[in-house]
Design a protein around this ligand. Structure first.
Ligand SMILES: [Zn+2]
Length: 96
């Protein structure tokens, strides 16, 4: 169900993550540590659905000790989107 190969899922999750990064609902990092393990049926901070036991759960811990959890696929999209956002900012800085 959570497949990065599914373009509809990718577009939906990417839109959610992008909006949350823009509004500050979801942190963009930098991550202090990233852990991966079996899902513990907790809520994914990107797509809000459960990370089931047969999924891989990514836990990202920030420098202040706060943490977010993602599906493996959501984590990939978050990584891409937060880097993209960072590049946009650098670009704006160099123009201004
Ligand atoms: Zn998710």
């Amino acid at each position: 169900m959570n497949s990065v190969c599914d373009p509809e899922w990718d577009a939906r999750v990417r839109a959610i993550i992008r909006t949350r990064l823009e509004t500050g609902t979801l942190r963009s990092g930098p991550a202090a540590q990233t852990w991966a393990g079996p899902g513990l049926q907790r809520t994914c901070d990107a797509c809000n659905s459960l990370i089931d036991t047969d999924d891989t759960e990514f836990e990202i811990v920030f420098h202040d000790g706060q943490a977010v959890r993602f599906h493996a696929g959501c984590h990939l999209v978050w990584e891409e989107e937060r880097h993209r956002a960072g590049e946009d900012e650098r670009h704006r800085d160099s123009v201004a």
